[in-house]
Design a protein. Structure first.
Length: 216
């Protein structure tokens, strides 16, 4: 039986969120491939995880035998999040761009699950697990565009998910999502619509490809 860990971080509901809508398409295709599988869904907008504290940071660097009660308690809250990643056969992460980077709730989740010596380091515990990131954004930050240098979502997530945690990272990027709402972007609406259609097609194709790969 396969397990998909699905993380949403958009502050908007699915009807108003490109990342949620595309992630839902991926999930539906995944569930068609794995009718007996399990989906663990974390909605960080409605149920955020705590930000790191000094106790949670130090607990990860200290011998468990020397933990204070506070350190033991906060580390115990991090472990279930880590175990979800370790149990998952694939990850799906909705990562909309807010002010050029990821939502703070997603950053807090990452800070909790990145644990050097376990999920990060020389032998990451979930190494090789495929992760699909739906990296939506209101404009375009693609190579060659005026705002290329402001792309801090894919670059950051590739570093922490791929380089630190050893995950197999793939991005789906629905862009120009603000075009229908911003008059100055009206000329870009056809490009937005094309990007949206391609993102949903890519989500379906990616989910199906992973299903075939895991069944092989």
């Amino acid at each position: 039986m396969t397990t998909l860990l699905h993380i949403d971080s958009s502050v908007f509901p699915a009807s108003a969120s490109a990342s949620r809508a595309v992630a839902r398409t991926f999930r539906q295709a995944w569930e068609e491939q794995h009718p007996e599988g399990t989906v663990i869904h974390r909605d960080l907008a409605t149920d955020p995880v705590p930000h790191l504290t000094a106790d949670s940071h130090l607990a990860a660097l200290t011998d468990p035998a020397e933990h204070t009660p506070e350190q033991a308690a906060v580390l115990a809250r991090r472990l279930p999040l880590i175990e979800e990643i370790e149990r998952a056969d694939a990850l799906l992460i909705g990562a909309p761009m807010y002010n050029f980077t990821i939502p703070s709730t997603l950053k807090a989740w990452l800070d909790n699950v990145i644990l050097v010596g376990r999920t990060a380091g020389d032998a990451p515990s979930a190494k090789g697990t495929p992760v699909t990131v739906v990296a939506s954004r209101g404009g375009s930050y693609a190579p060659g565009t005026p705002r290329e240098g402001y792309e801090y979502v894919q670059n950051y997530l590739r570093a922490v998910l791929g380089d630190m945690m050893g995950l197999d990272v793939d991005f789906i990027v629905p862009e120009l999502t603000m075009a229908p709402r911003v008059p100055a972007m009206a000329d870009l609406v056809p490009l937005f619509e094309s990007s949206r259609e391609r993102a949903h097609l890519d989500a379906t194709a990616r989910a199906r490809a992973l299903g075939h790969r895991q069944a092989a």
